[in-house]
Design a protein around this ligand. Sequence first.
Ligand code: HEM
Length: 407
Amino acid sequence: MNNPSRRNVLLAGGALGALGALSAATPAWSWSPKGSVVGEGDGLDPKTVWDPEADQVVAAVIERGETSKVNALLEKWTKNGQALPAGLPADLKAFMEKARQLPSWTDQGKLAAAVNFNEKRGLYLGVTYGFVSGMLSTVIPREARAVYYSKGGADMRDRITKTAKLGYDVGTKNAFAPEGEMIVTCVKTRLAHAGVRYLLPKSPHWDAVADESIPISQADIMVTWHSLPTTVMQQLKQWKVPIAAAESEGFLHSWQVTAHMLGVKDEYIPATWDEANSQAAQVLTPILGPTPEGVKLADTLLNLADFIDGGIVSAPVLAALTRYTLGDEIAGWLKIRETPFWSGILDTAWEPFIAVREGLLSLEKAPGPVQKFYWLFDEILRLGVLLVLSGAKFPISIGIPEMNNPN
Ligand code: HEM
């Protein structure tokens, strides 16, 4: 994504990517590998599985003092089909050559359908990734802590825009083709996560609150994964956005491939939406909860749009939107203020607004608030995308973190 104009970004429907975690209260793992993309596996609890190959290589890079040099080289690697930069340490290069290979089950037809879906639904995706997934990530306790105490926690805007790049890239045409960038983004993210696994356990702040010894297990990644595509699809269905079956499958497939490229073992990647929903019910829903770190991150997210209007309209609208999409309980956990005026409007008019937008209802027949606030709702959709990408300094380069959040 080289210097995309704001318009192009809006058209393509970029979005917020993610974070992730799992709390001590998580029930025992019982999701069967039979429901996965490969239909089989050892069935090991993914809370006890990390990413040994990446972790070993990245730990060695950090210990040899090569992080800055490697990150500088990684900046030059942007396209999927591009050769790896010369000068990378041999062990890292060997790992990356392997990690950049798409899984054998990649279906190009489905990926093409995903592009159609992203093009048609880009605006909805912006708001759902941005607000729904983004806000949800702040009530995933392990994720909130990991993000807050890692380097990215010190500069949330930078962190969000980097994560947004992944959301943007997954929806672009040719995302996984040689001229696209998604493979690169995933491999770099895999390295970043390995760096976090090495560094975060050394943070006294993280150590004081963490309920695990090593962050970002395979289970954690799948929790975050569900806060993205699974939650987004559930939300779009709730809003009654019409979605063709092939496009829905394509969207799922683009995220299945993404999970694999982020280092998730195939046996944990759900094969269908039904399987995804059942895994999410087991791993995501029960672990949601408030943390002081999550409350602070949510507050930062809510105020990210301040640059647009000083927060006068955006902040209360975003607060209402969070309450509308995630419900009163989660809004309460996050100490999000009540905004009854905007909440009332969303409650009565959001779904009819979608129906009008989708040509399923004429504006004249829509309830009064839809007619009155149509422009505003359209702005909310646009804001979702703008918000997450606003702080971006392109080109964005994801690398191995060099330190934790010092604060
Ligand atoms: C870094 C995406 C899961 C914690 C990143 C980055 C991306 C990303 C794009 C690079 C951005 C940056 O450098 O700031 C994702 C996706 C996930 C996922 C798509 C799952 C589908 C997780 C989980 C956790 C986590 C489960 C923690 C429990 C972090 C942290 C960083 C990071 C701490 C480094 C931030 C920094 O210090 O710069 N992730 N992530 N991620 N991720 Fe994830």
